[in-house]
Design a protein around this ligand. Structure first.
Ligand code: BGC
Length: 824
């Protein structure tokens, strides 16, 4: 008997020894992040943690034990470096273990369909093959150290608008050729042990009860033997989800399972064998991750490791994309630098939502440059703000809890908070109130530094109102309405204004009451207060720029904008940042813009500045990694994993018809079909601001001597392409060689070209390397829906090799005489 057979047998025996109730107990969480143990049978608890840019642990979104914060998905997508992703996977396994977890809820492999998707930052790319290859490496790295991946969100979760109910309408060919590809490869090639279903419906059916998706495709065709779990509160039925193949309902305690599932079995709606199959899938992952025999008490620790610091710093620089360089970068030594902009002194290290964590530390760009050059070389001006909400009130709060929603009766619990935000998930007030039936009065003092008209803004999942010195200034209680905050459980910001005097403290009271939730069960609020920067701030920034040799402007967004639970309103830089960049560029021609966003932005000033770097959200080492690239200690290793359109309306998901985006009547139609990302720009001849795959280096490369070996093309559809990559510049650096397959004429609609292979190559000055890229039959195939097969049609295919989707440097051609058909 092989080891695998033995394990199967032992799992079968274990399942047989369980009562139906015990079996069913394993099919729901016990709490937010774990499954119940079965003491009688010595079965431990399976524990999970978010994901994907770190391992947060169980402490909630805001506090919690500290963790290493890695670059976000799009920043890793921009590295185009599978080996690096594997290293990061390995490091994340250590992080997950430090939080006592066996499964990481990652990676996110949804496709960047729309530029305004709130989770664009968390996903790798607009391209399925780039996404898939990076995901495979991440999964392999993670699982090689005994932690299970949970590839998410399966499938069609490409927007955050009404995500809990929206139906993504996607035709099967598009699903097969685009949206399912990363999941398919993560399962088939990398052996991913876990999959999380999406919140949304797919063509009308909830992903969590989609038996075609889970049972036919994932298990049947791809041979998946791992665990399928719901997204949090994303399962809505008993028999339907279990019969469709959803193993685990999350989080716990059981909602639609538990006693209800036992009853459904007894009523014959779910067979005992189906329950056993679900349990076996969960136990298989528990076995492989060691959770089955893990009897340790749950413990979390913060391990701030030097090797993780170094890896994060290197990975950050490897994802930074140099978009423009008029001989200004890297910055020479001995120059006086004006450090300008809202993201200069605030380290924007991650996006918002469930991927958030409590980082070990955050290095801002200002700090990174100051560590490298000393503060004397730098001057500073904020210029303007870019936050979505008023700045968080950071002072101590006294909190009184009431065991009702009306702030009445006795105070049952008192505690303090150190900032005016809370995310009440699970136990509230040490369990003295029910999590959905409580209210709280929070009191703080605010000391204005300057006189002026302050903005006070509150958002809340629950009712809230704010008083300053007894007068109500912001009311999100009467007339509270659901908006785009707190995963669509919160209201849009309610803002009030009040004149305050410098140095005169005021008392702030916040009243909060829990309310019924729509989908996600939690309560939350956040209060901000601040004095908006006026016209003078932009003038001061221009002055600082004029007095320096170089101005570096740090603009972009932050995790309030790039966040789960809310799409962006547009892709302009928020606030007055465009104005700021232009003013600084007028004052100093040596202006470099460092952008930090989770996706494309319009850049009306791109012709006015000397340099542009896209730095994304690169994790806790943000400022150091940015300084490394600015100063030339590191190569800007990134290439765009997503097309940057000149304007939002050029994007494939942009339409006057809301059914295309953001959806109408509960449906969002992926009407562009296969033509997502560069496939769309190619098709319509739209010139983007910066094409997919684009990025400059500090050196130059030549791609030469292409050789196509098609000896086996007519046999099994495989082709080998080789070429020389030569660093023709004066310093070491890296380039990304991209191979696009372009069918020459076809009876079915095909994109003009599609990325099918790529490699990142690092070379010393003058060095040449022979690079080999391999293609197989699937790389030439389309999916024939009617016959349910992958088809390679006879004919010619161009093999186009370049450094971005618009810059093809060299190409070859292959021809096939006969047709290939392959089972999915
Ligand atoms: C997200 C998942 C996440 C889960 C647990 C959901 O809101 O969509 O990606 O893993 O919460 O935090």
């Amino acid at each position: 008997m092989t080891k695998m057979d033995e394990t199967r047998k032992s799992i079968d025996e274990l399942v047989d020894s369980m009562t139906l109730e015990e079996q069913v107990s394993l099919l729901s969480g016990e709490d937010f992040w774990s499954l119940p143990a079965i003491e009688r049978l010595n079965v431990g608890k399976l524990r999970v943690t978010d994901g994907p840019n770190g391992a947060r642990g169980g402490g909630g979104l805001l506090g919690g034990v500290k963790s290493a914060c890695f670059p976000v998905g799009i920043a890793l997508g921009a590295t185009w470096n599978a080996e690096l992703l594997a290293e990061i996977g390995e490091a994340l396994a250590a992080e997950a273990k430090s939080k006592g977890a066996h499964m990481l809820l990652a990676p996110t492999v949804n496709i960047q369909r729309s530029v305004t998707n709130g989770r664009n930052f968390e996903c790798y790319s607009e391209d399925p093959v780039l996404t898939a290859e990076l995901a495979c490496a991440y999964v392999r790295g993670l699982q090689s150290r005994g932690i299970s991946a949970t590839v998410k969100h399966f499938a069609g979760n490409e927007s955050e608008i009404e995500r809990a109910t929206m139906s993504s309408v996607i035709d099967e060919r598009t699903l097969r050729e685009v949206y399912l590809v990363p999941f398919e490869r993560a399962v088939r090639k990398a052996g991913a042990m876990g999959v999380m279903t999406a919140y949304n419906r797919l063509n009308g059916t909830y992903a969590s009860e989609h038996s075609w998706l889970i049972s036919d495709v994932l298990r049947g065709e791809w041979g998946f033997e791992g665990l399928v779990m719901s997204d949090w509160f994303g399962s809505h039925s008993t028999a339907e989800t279990v019969n469709a193949g959803l193993d685990l309902e999350m989080p716990g305690p059981a909602r639609d399972r538990g006693a209800r599932l036992v009853a459904a079995v007894e009523a014959g709606e779910v067979s005992r064998e189906t329950v056993r199959a679900r349990v076996r899938a969960i136990l298989a992952v528990m076995e492989r991750t060691g959770a089955r025999r893990d009897r340790r008490a749950h413990q979390e620790s913060a391990n701030d490791r030097p090797e993780h610091r170094a890896l994060i710093r290197r990975a950050g620089a490897e994802g930074m994309v140099l978009l423009k360089n008029n001989d200004i970068l890297p910055l020479g030594s001995g120059r006086r630098i004006a450090v300008i902009g809202p993201n200069a002194r605030t380290a924007q290290i991650m996006g918002g939502g469930s991927s958030q964590l409590n980082p070990h530390y955050r290095v801002s760009p200002w700090e990174g440059l100051a560590f490298a050059l000393g503060e004397d070389a730098l001057s500073y001006a904020a210029g303007c703000g870019n936050s979505r909400f008023a700045p968080l009130l950071q002072s101590a709060l006294q909190v009184e809890y009431f065991a009702n929603r009306t702030l009445s009766g006795e105070v049952v619990h008192v505690e303090t908070m150190d900032a005016a935000e809370a995310f009440w998930l699970g136990e509230v007030a040490q369990g003295k109130v029910a999590d959905d039936n409580f209210s709280a009065r929070l009191q703080a003092e605010f000391l204005p530094e300057k006189a002026g008209i302050y903005r006070i803004g509150i958002i809340s999942a629950g009712l809230s109102r704010v008083y300053v010195d007894g007068a109500i200034v912001a009311d999100a209680w009467n007339g509270w309405a659901r908006g785009r905050t707190f995963f669509e459980e919160g209201c849009d910001e309610v803002v009030g204004e009040i004149a305050l005097e410098a140095g005169k403290p005021v008392e702030i009271i916040i009243e909060f009451a829990a309310k019924d939730h729509a989908v996600l069960r939690f309560a939350a609020f956040r209060l901000g207060i601040g004095l908006p920067l006026g016209n003078d701030a932009i003038a001061e920034a221009a002055d600082a720029a004029a007095r320096a040799d170089v101005a570096v402007v740090f603009v972009g967004r932050n995790g309030e904008w790039d966040t789960e639970g809310s799409d962006l309103p547009d892709i302009g830089l928020p606030g007055r940042q465009d104005e700021l960049v232009s003013a600084v560029a007028r004052a100093n021609k040596n202006t470099v813009v460092v952008l930090q966003t989770g996706g494309p932005v319009e850049m009306p000033w791109s012709g006015e500045v000397a340099g542009i770097i896209q730095a994304w959200y690169p994790g806790q080492e943000t400022g150091n990694a940015i300084a490394d690239v600015l100063l030339g200690k590191s190569e800007p290793g990134g290439r765009l994993p997503q097309t940057f359109p000149a304007r939002w309306s050029d994007n494939p998901a942009y339409s006057q018809d809301p059914r295309v985006y953001p959806g109408a009547g509960g449906e969002v139609e992926y009407r562009e079909g296969l033509f997502v990302g560069y496939r769309h720009y190619d098709r319509h001849g739209i010139v983007p601001l910066f094409p997919f795959g684009f990025g400059l280096s500090y050196t130059e490369f030549a791609l030469e001597n292409l050789l196509v070996d098609a000896a086996r093309f007519d046999v099994d559809g495989s082709v080998t392409v080789s070429l020389d990559v030569r660093n023709t510049g004066a310093r070491s650096g890296s380039t990304v060689v991209q191979l696009y397959v372009a069918p020459e004429g076809s009876s079915v609609a095909r994109p003009e070209k599609e990325l099918k292979a790529f490699a990142k190559v690092g070379l010393e000055a003058g060095e040449t390397r022979r690079l080999i890229l391999r293609l197989d039959a699937r790389d030439f195939a389309y999916f024939d829906v009617r016959n349910q097969t992958w088809v390679v049609t006879p004919g010619a295919y161009r093999l186009r090799v370049g450094t971005d989707s618009a810059t093809i440097v060299i190409e070859g051609r292959v021809e096939r005489a006969s047709r290939i058909e392959m089972k999915p």
